[in-house]
Design a binder for this molecule. Structure first.
Ligand SMILES: Nc1nc2c(ncn2[C@@H]2O[C@H](COP(=O)(O)OP(=O)(O)OP(=O)(O)O)[C@@H](O)[C@H]2O)c(=O)[nH]1
Length: 399
């Protein structure tokens, strides 16, 4: 599959995958809705994937929705998890279906030269959970992103709440967060300063390009005691200890190199301003992906192939150990991934209940059979085992 993906990724007319990440309240959903509407308005409907299992109401339709495959509330109940654990485990379960997701994507985005009425898909929009770390720092988030990037030019859009980023300290916190996402995902990134109707993001662009301007703002924040804190607030001196100032100062120097790799756009998702600039940045980053990121991805993939056999063995052993611990996890199953345009519904795995393991409690889930099916699945011959309850139990035991 890797070589197919690699060669397909090299095609020039491929759609660009835009993965939207942003903190809760940054306006990620409104932004997604706006770019979706913008593309529909241009008669270039995108392919939309929702990876947020906990979202209760979405103002736009998704072609693939994690909620159709994983029941987040059931996951929380069965595994006795809180909201974040529920999102993480739902993503883990969904990641086992990544091959189906890619299969659908490749099918839907394939050119149809024989059909003159066919509108080619130019953009794939991916919505992610507001708990950024659950997506960016989880193994499943990594699997989903890497799989996407192995088939399509992929760009991260980091949505920032501009009014809440206007002080030097919140700005720097956000930049460090963006920096960590960039280094974790190793994908080109666009900083989307949202809510430009409330606060003009010009200040942020200036701080990112003009060191002196950031210094001046820092000085002002210090003078106004914007950093507060024990030393600064109660001594009547009117300014902080200087610790925050010097920390922010050093960080701004350090981040100069990082800023050079970013595109910055100001948008108002509410009023639709800045969306054209955003898509221009997407185009630029997609080119950058093909030029700079793709060779690195290929190199990493080859490196992984080298170690794959050993890793398979290790994982298999770990899985066997995990399952013989007598895990009492429930019967949560992951439904097959289907999309809204699929002509015929795919079968679900609802039947993959405990009878998969046999009635004999000493059977240890039919180790040999499972081992063989797992090995087959790892070779890409059969992915159905990844969705059954055995694997759900394994995932649970690995949390
Ligand atoms: N003024 C203004 N408000 C906005 C803009 N974009 C989003 N909002 C508002 O910001 C709030 C949060 O927006 P959402 O789109 O729900 O944000 P989110 O990041 O998806 O939040 P979660 O769903 O909690 O992850 C809503 O009240 C939006 O109306 C904008 O460009 N300008």
């Amino acid at each position: 599959m890797a070589s197919t993906s690699a060669s397909s990724a090299a095609k020039a007319d491929q759609p660009v995958a835009i993965v939207c990440v942003g903190m809760a309240g940054s306006g990620k959903t409104t932004f997604m809705q706006q770019i979706n509407a913008h593309l529909h308005g241009k008669k270039e409907p995108p392919y939309v994937i929702n990876l947020d299992p906990a979202v209760t109401h979405s103002p736009f339709e998704s072609n693939i929705d994690i909620r159709d495959s994983v029941n987040y509330k059931e996951v929380m109940k069965q595994y006795n998890l809180g909201p974040n654990g529920g999102i993480l485990t739902s993503l883990n379960l969904f990641a086992t279906k990544v091959d189906q997701v890619l299969g659908l994507l490749e099918k839907r985005t394939a050119p149809k030269p024989d059909d003159p009425t066919h509108t080619p898909i130019k953009h794939i929009l991916v919505d992610t959970p507001g708990q950024i770390e659950v997506f960016v720092w989880s193994a499943s988030g990594q699997i989903l992103l890497e799989s996407l990037a192995s088939s399509f030019p992929t760009v991260i859009a980091y949505i920032i709440d501009t009014p809440r980023t206007s002080s030097t300290s919140t700005f720097m916190s956000n930049m460090l967060y963006a920096c960590s996402i960039l280094y974790k995902t190793k994908l080109p990134m666009i900083l989307v300063f949202n809510k430009s109707d409330v606060k003009d993001p010009a200040f942020a662009k200036e701080w990112m390009t003009d060191y002196d301007a950031f210094q001046a703002a820092l000085q002002e924040d210090e003078t106004n005691n914007a950093f507060g804190g024990a030393e600064g607030s109660g001594d009547g001196m009117g300014s902080g200890s200087g610790y925050m100032g010097s920390l922010l100062n050093s960080m701004s120097l350090m981040l100069e190199e990082f800023y050079a790799h970013l595109n910055v756009v100001g948008v108002s998702s509410l009023y639709g301003t800045g969306i054209d600039e955003f898509f221009a940045a997407v185009q630029e980053k997609a080119e950058e992906f093909k030029r700079d990121y793709q060779p690195e991805l290929e190199r990493r993939r080859e490196e992984r192939e080298e170690n794959k056999k050993k890793a398979r063995e290790r994982e298999l052993n770990k899985m066997m150990k995990g399952m013989s611990m007598g895990d009492a996890a429930g019967d949560v199953t992951v439904g097959d991934v289907n999309d809204k345009e699929a002509p015929e519904p795919l079968s679900t795995d609802e039947e993959s209940s405990d009878e998969e393991y046999g009635d004999d409690p000493n059977d240890e889930y039919d180790r040999e059979g499972l081992q063989a099916r797992y090995a087959a699945a790892m070779q890409g011959e059969d992915d159905s085992v990844l969705a059954d309850a055995s694997f759900a139990k394994y995932l649970h035991s690995q949390r």
